[in-house]
Design a protein around this ligand. Structure first.
Ligand code: ADP
Ligand code: MG
Length: 627
């Protein structure tokens, strides 16, 4: 039996074109061929369990070997095999029809990236690395004859009698010159580790026995160099395929270590398991994330039936959960995922919603069952939760029950609890609740102390997401406003009744103002007199909450826009009721007056860490003189 034929493709030489565009991803040929081999063994298993195959199934396995000398890579399996007819049908017609379609689309569209990835390359990807591909196969069917197929990457193929005596398929790639890097143990091991680590059948990897003898043994028989003993390289039963009931905490931790050997232990995890309306299993871990934005994205691995696909899970996993670690396995996601596919696919949207819900449920459960433990974890999970609340309304609605606000005393409150706590003291004359926060407890200590003295509570909002979180809370919470503790003097943070007049006359006030304006002599600092508690500092420098936020937003958006171009604008609040102000006013010596004013202003800057460089030096010198 010998047959020659032409693969039904209208265009010659499509290989070079596809090769060129798939250049960066050449290694996936191994994933494709190994997963075909795995599919073939799985089909065998199914046929046997359905009773459609009565023979011996044996130990199903896939073997990957390479021969550096012969420049071949061989993938063999003892799956269902193919008859010559089946090779013609599945390989010549079906496998190559994807390529034909690819070419047609390629002609229409000039954007190669847009079309690549929409086509399952499958078997065909072998030609990215091989000049010639051979198939030896023997079907499981009774009386089947072995078949041999060979194709050199042109549209011509040759089909003849094969040589296999046992059921299964052996694919041999004659590696082309550009792809010789794949003829290396380390390279292949690396690719197999990446894609095949959790495949459901044993993958055996090794090298071949040398053809030429490498000397003689004691009895004078030729000795062959045996390189490496082939061994199973995968875990066929990873934990996400098991039932949560059969797993202990150690198993989850062990698996985590296997995936991320250099990471700290995770905080907790969620075992995902759905089969309707889509199929999905997986384990998601909450890693320890510190308060920096250095967290690593792309730590979740996406699998399809235990074949690794990608660690870019954007679109499948909600943006705010990209910081999670772990695995997701869904047969509803094809091997060759592309961006456009993911965005269009309705399953993907459902998966996204499902994961969001599962994460929210898990957090709610932790909060309910072990509030203390939950509070301990809050510094690590707060970032996720806030990120989620800011970016997804649905998540906000669930998370508002278990999101925590932490104050400077390190006490935690739910949103509802906090409202109750501060309502009495922190409602202004218009019935607005005012929450006061600090983004830097160290630097704003003087402000915090003043606020605390007034009986106000101060929240700590110093994580990288808190800017957004603050805005988000203001939008969602009714009649509630958030103000940074240094956005005004404590007396003015929450406007209660109209403040009583201060002790200075109008004339005196104007004089104080002029003294300070001259002493400070900087246009960005606006001087204002306020009637404050005599115990408060004589001078305080503040930046308006609204102004500061606008500038921060402009800075995040690249510093453009109206607010971005505004110079920093500070308010210098003079406590008209303070002894020192009276003393300055009464001082007869103009120079001394100015010095004292400048000194009081510098002290205000100093307490906020705003006094630096030459100003600081000058302050120190002046202080020495004054002493
Ligand atoms: P897909 O795997 O998406 O069906 P491929 O191009 O990878 O597409 O493979 C085409 C077809 O060739 C497979 O569906 C299968 O029928 C057949 N095939 C490929 N490899 C093997 C194998 N090792 N054993 C049996 N059949 C195979
Ligand atoms: Mg395939």
């Amino acid at each position: 039996m010998q047959e020659k034929g032409t693969i039904s493709i209208h265009t010659e030489n499509i290989f070079p074109i596809i090769k060129k565009f798939l250049y960066s991803d050449h290694e996936i040929f191994l994933r494709e061929l190994v997963s075909n081999a795995v599919d073939a063994t799985q089909k065998m298993k199914r046929l046997a369990s359905l009773g459609q195959y009565k023979g011996e199934v044996g130990d199903l396995r896939v073997e990957v070997a390479f021969d550096e000398k012969a420049k071949t890579i061989t993938i063999s399996d003892n799956g269902i095999g193919m008859t010559a007819e089946e090779i013609k049908k599945y390989i010549n017609q079906i496998a190559f029809s994807g390529a034909t379609e690819f070419m047609e689309k390629f002609k229409e569209s000039k954007d190669a990236n847009e079309i690549i990835g929409r086509f399952g390359l499958g078997f065909y990807s072998a030609f990215m690395v091989a000049d010639k591909v051979e198939i030896e196969s023997l079907s499981y069917q009774e009386g089947a004859q072995p078949a041999h197929w060979v194709c050199d990457g042109s549209t011509e193929f040759e089909l003849s009698e094969g040589s296999l005596t046992e059921r299964g398929t052996e694919i041999t790639l004659h590696i082309n010159q550009d792809s010789e890097e794949f003829l290396s143990k380390y390279k292949l091991q690396e690719i197999l580790d990446k894609y095949c680590r959790f495949l459901p059948v044993p993958i055996i990897f090794g090298t071949k026995t040398e053809d030429e003898p490498d000397g003689e043994d004691e009895e004078g028989k030729p000795k062959y160099k045996q390189v490496d003993v082939p061994n199973v390289i995968n875990d066929t039963n990873p934990i996400w395929t098991k039932s949560p009931n059969d797993l202990k905490d150690e198993d989850y931790l062990e698996f985590y270590k296997q995936l991320y050997p250099f990471s700290e232990e995770p905080l907790f995890w969620i075992h995902l398991n759905v089969d309707y309306p889509f199929n999905l299993t997986g384990v998601l871990y909450f890693p320890k994330v510190k308060n920096e934005f250095d967290f690593q994205r792309n730590k979740i691995k996406l699998f399809s039936r235990q074949v690794f696909i990608t660690d870019e899970v954007k679109d499948i996993v909600p943006e705010f959960l990209m910081l999670l670690h772990g695995v997701i396995d869904s047969p509803d996601i094809p091997l060759n995922v592309s961006r456009s596919f993911l965005q269009a696919d309705s399953n993907v949207k459902k998966i996204n919603t499902y994961i969001t819900k599962k994460v929210a449920d898990k957090l709610a459960e932790l909060f309910k069952n072990d509030r203390k433990g939950y509070e301990e974890k809050w510094p690590d999970i707060g970032l996720f939760v806030k990120y989620g609340m800011v970016s997804e309304d649905k998540f906000y609605d669930k998370a508002k029950e278990f999101a925590l606000l932490t104050n400077t005393e390190k006490q935690n409150f739910t949103l509802e609890e906090y409202k109750e706590k501060v309502a009495a003291e922190q409602t202004d004359k218009n019935g607005q609740l005012v929450y006061i926060y600090t983004n830097d407890p160290e630097k704003q200590d003087a402000f915090i102390q003043s606020a605390t003295k007034k009986g106000y509570d101060v929240l700590v909002m110093n994580s990288p997401i808190d800017n957004h979180f603050v805005s988000s809370l203001e939008q969602k919470l009714e009649k509630t406003q958030l103000k940074r503790v240094d956005s005004d003097v404590a007396d003015k943070l929450i406007s209660k009744e109209d403040a009583p007049a201060h002790i200075l006359t109008e004339e005196e006030s104007a004089k104080v103002k002029t003294i300070f304006e001259k002493a400070i002599n900087r246009p960005a600092y606006r001087v204002e007199l306020e009637s404050l508690n005599p115990e408060e500092l004589p001078v305080t420098v503040t930046m308006d909450e609204f102004m500061r936020r606008m500038k921060e937003m402009a800075a995040m958006g690249g510093g453009m826009g109206f607010y971005g171009s505004m110079p920093d604008n500070y308010k210098v609040v003079i406590n008209a009721n303070h002894k020192l102000i009276t003393r300055i006013l009464q001082d007869e010596n103009e120079q001394e007056q100015s010095q004292l004013a400048r000194q009081a202003f510098d002290l205000a800057l100093l307490s906020q860490g705003l006094l630096t460089g030459a100003d600081l030096t000058e302050f120190v010198n002046r202080s020495v003189n004054l002493i």
